[in-house]
Ligand binder design. Structure first.
Ligand SMILES: [Zn+2]
Ligand SMILES: [Zn+2]
Length: 347
């Protein structure tokens, strides 16, 4: 099969022929029809993810059809249209038993712990636990975005963030996951303040339901602007980019007893990030993490997509080939981009 491979961190990736994958006995091989390009792929390529070994094929937001099935898989068959959370759970550890598959103790992640979906085929573990059926009328390019950014945003806003209608929510960083969060929050009846340095990203945020937009490149104190716009601070604030600056701005955007949800990854040399904890104490803030979403909680989100309340299809702004992927991956570093790029490995 053809795949995007990198042999060294930060060196240009190549498209080349590699051996086809085989399904593990509890897993499947999926023929990849669409796979999203995500900033996490860029982090992996830069060497920020200790799970990756070289050479490596990135890609973790995918949809396609089941091609081959392991001997112990009972629920899935060749030809089934499927997607998968980027966290593939084992289904049997104590955390999975409690329902928290998104933080499974023995999780695997395509594109990180093993070769991913910037390829014509990808192997996935524990298919009976992790695969999600894609409705016939949903495009693969739409379904691909559910595996990472859209489901991640849904869990951050709805499950971890517990957003209620009428509340103010601030979204710091309006790339793929941030725009998804804006759409989901607006559909929940919240009032949304979008924050980004890119006018293009803010224009999309407004289109997807943000009532206020803050250009962080022109604001000296972004958090102060958000507090002003929201009459004292947001009830819920998300760092959807993942940087020390946006993390602090998100925490400082909150009103008393507000909730911060960290969504964007925060790699750093020593694994720590400065957070304004004095403010967290004085205002009794909640600081939460959010990590993907368990496959068994997808139905509530899929129903909102089916009903047209949520429109992940509108977030897809460009479609590219495998051959164009190495350059697009490199570009994620300097310009995370407005909207979502989807790769079609067979085009
Ligand atoms: Zn588990
Ligand atoms: Zn992703």
């Amino acid at each position: 099969m053809r795949a995007v491979v990198f042999d060294q961190y930060g060196e240009p990736a190549q498209v080349r022929e590699v051996p086809d994958p085989h399904p593990p006995e509890h897993g499947v091989v999926v023929r990849v029809e669409a796979t999203g390009l995500c900033r996490s792929d860029w982090h992996g390529w830069q060497g920020h993810d200790p799970d990756i070994t070289l050479p490596h094929v990135p890609g973790h937001e995918l949809a396609g059809t089941v091609e081959a099935v392991g001997t112990r898989v009972s629920a899935w068959h060749p030809g089934d249209r499927v997607t998968v959370p980027f966290v593939c759970a084992c289904g049997t550890c104590p955390t999975c038993k409690a329902g928290d598959h998104q933080i499974c103790e023995r999780q695997t992640q395509p594109g990180f712990t093993h070769w991913g979906s910037f390829a014509q085929y990808v192997a996935l573990d524990h298919a009976d636990v992790n695969l999600v059926a894609v409705p016939q009328d949903m495009a693969f390019s739409t379904a691909a975005s559910l595996g990472c950014r859209f489901a991640t945003a849904f869990r951050a806003v709805v499950q971890q963030g517990r957003l209620a209608a009428g509340e103010w929510v601030a979204v710091h960083g309006c790339g793929g996951v941030g725009l998804s969060a804006v759409m989901i929050a607006a559909a929940s009846g919240a009032r949304v303040v979008a924050v980004d340095v890119s006018p293009g990203a803010l224009a999309l945020a407004r289109k997807f339901g943000a009532t206020e937009c803050v250009d962080a490149s022109g604001a000296k104190d972004t958090a102060a602007v958000v507090r002003e716009l929201t009459g004292g601070g947001a009830h819920l604030s998300l760092d959807a980019l993942g940087s020390p600056v946006t993390c602090a701005a998100s925490v400082n955007s909150l009103r008393r007893r507000g909730r911060h949800v960290q969504v964007g990854l925060l790699p750093s040399p020593d694994g720590t990030t400065p957070v304004p904890m004095a403010r967290a104490i004085a205002l009794e803030l909640e600081l939460l993490g959010s990590h993907g979403m368990a496959a068994h909680t997808y139905p509530a989100m899929l129903e909102l997509v089916r009903a047209g309340v949520l429109r992940p299809d509108l977030l897809v702004t460009s479609t590219i080939t495998l051959d164009a992927t190495p350059e697009a991956l490199a570009a994620m570093g300097t310009s995370p981009g407005a909207g979502v790029t989807v790769i079609e490995p067979w085009s």
